[in-house]
Ligand binder design. Structure first.
Ligand code: AMP
Ligand code: ZN
Length: 113
């Protein structure tokens, strides 16, 4: 399958893996929009949030748990941070492998765009 994030999971494309457990990995976004910009993804290929099976919704909770751990590690837990999942074309999704953005290290806009 021609999925860039599956290739990162498989180790075919190098990435600085900042977090890993049985189901998830996290690595820096290649085009960061904040001093801390990490992507948390499931190892399993799920194209988007809307395609997450009802039986697997707990995966998103685990992604949020990983985001919290990473926020602690990256020292943005106290200053604050944002997690974002873009879904579909009008949701601004560009890579069709489910991912959560973790953004922090600067004042983020209240305008959600
Ligand atoms: P989204 O627009 O929510 O689908 O976000 C996709 C994100 O993946 C963008 O912020 C890209 O900069 C990022 N991205 C694309 N390719 C890579 C890559 N090889 N390694 C890390 N981040 C990537
Ligand atoms: Zn994939």
């Amino acid at each position: 399958m021609d999925c860039i994030f599956c290739k990162i999971v498989a180790g075919e494309i190098p990435a600085d893996i900042r977090y890993e457990d049985e189901e998830l990995i996290a690595f820096p976004d290649i085009n960061p929009i904040a001093p801390i910009h990490l992507l948390i993804i499931p190892k399993k290929h799920i194209p988007s949030l809307i395609e997450l099976p009802e039986t697997e919704v707990s995966l998103v909770g685990k992604m949020a748990g990983a985001a919290n751990k990473l926020a602690e590690r990256e020292n943005i837990a106290e200053s604050g941070y944002r997690v974002v999942i873009n879904c579909g074309e009008q949701g601004g999704q560009g890579v069709f492998h489910l991912h959560m953005h973790l953004l922090g290290g600067r004042q983020l806009s209240h305008d959600m765009g």
